[in-house]
Design a binder for this molecule. Sequence first.
Ligand code: GBH
Length: 501
Amino acid sequence: MASSKSTLPKDFIWGFATASFQIEGSLSTDGRGKSIWDDFARTPGKTLDGRNGDVATDSYRLWKDDVELLAKFNVKTYRFSIAWSRIIPRGGREDPVNPKGIEFYSQLIDALLEKNIVPFVTLYHWDLPQSLHDRYGGWLNKEEIVKDFARYAQARILHLQLSFRSSSVYYRGTSHKLHHRLTMNEPWCISILGYGRGVFAPGRSSDRARSPEGDSSTEPWIVGRNVILSHASAVKVYREVFKPVQKGEIGITLNGDWQTPWDDSPENVAAAQHALDVAIGWFADPIYLGQYPPYMREMLGSRLPEFTKEELKLVKGSSDFYGMNTYTTNLCRAGGDDEFQGLVDYTFTRPDGTQLGKQAHCAWLQDYPEGFRSLLNYLWNRYHLPIYVTENGFAVKDEDSMSLEQALNDADRVHYFEGTTRVLLQAIHEDGVDIRAYFPWSLLDNFEWADGYVTRFGVTYVDYETQKRYPKQSAHFLSKVTAFQMSPVAQELTVFSLQWF
Ligand code: GBH
């Protein structure tokens, strides 16, 4: 079949993304241990609407509804995360594995496979077992956390694999290339928002109004290094023990938006690169190129925790693909004292006073598809690996006064996805970027971290009183375009036995 400019490549996969703490609820059911988000979200002042993750979208109970939605939307794949504290309630390498936790994810995965939906699993999307934080400082403690994360990866891998061996489910897939797993979601957010700004669990920060303890000038950088090392040791386990048999892929996903100079002055051109270095290069450069970006060292001096030679060997090349979460573009101006943005000020207001794009229902996001295209090109040219877009989405205002019908008519989100899907195709066909997956965020409205339930990113509306799900216009739009573009794939399936983990 001749490939056309409006067609996605044959093996391309698309589907929606979610994360355990944002959807599951049932926080003390079936032996789940506490995570750092449980109490953090319950603490007054930590979320915008004072609401927490105790119920969320109730997906621990209603997961079958979610699978039905995915099937209805005609997706090829579903990106979800596993709650570490369901698998190992106390989290540590000596602590027991919880069979009920294993069972929960096994049945979810089996149900997906029965519908020919490829599971795309994230090991860690921010819900660290509370016990590890209490016992030794969690992500701050390199010696402990790296070993515990590797053990969690192995426990999850081993046990889930055993349960699949006895399963009669077979996946009809295009090729083994479809076996993917992610270690971490967005190390920048784990480090900066959890230990620098203190707006995410565990909420540590130098700002004493916000946190009784923490040091924003050192801890985020230490946590970042430890997250990279934990990721790399999980990858080592996978590659040594499981990959030879399964031939699957493993990688990490990084957040990062396109950064472009506010004007063409040399200092602002440099500022945009500095912003990219801190948002993305901090993690991507060690993992893909084997060293920190020079600007990280320039900015932080001795506060930048180094890797030993041996560690660097483990880290370099530890991701089989580039996992990309991206939402917007920032206009960059040199200056300010925000190290977390590379000593760069972000704005959406151009020099002539106009806005970059349409404002989402959260301060940090405007609709600007051209930036998405530029970032895809930048990452492809810098790291030379296939790109999986593991998150991309838009928040639309939804007021209590709105009718359901109005809430479902999410025209601004449809507009956003029209832009990003158009640009995705251009990047593939016109720019030659190797892009293999696309996951709009999110399958459904859910617990939006510090924003509580005020900000809605779903393509499915959730009525939080009844927990009923209602597809929005954007869900119809995405299923239609992608189903059309994906149609050749379904014809070329072969059968092979399943070994996901
Ligand atoms: C994603 O992060 C998350 O992976 C996902 O769980 C979440 O639901 C989704 O975004 C929508 O928010 O103004 O200092 O608070 C995207 C990357 C980086 C975007 C931090 C918001 C806010 C910085 N995020 N950013 S701050």
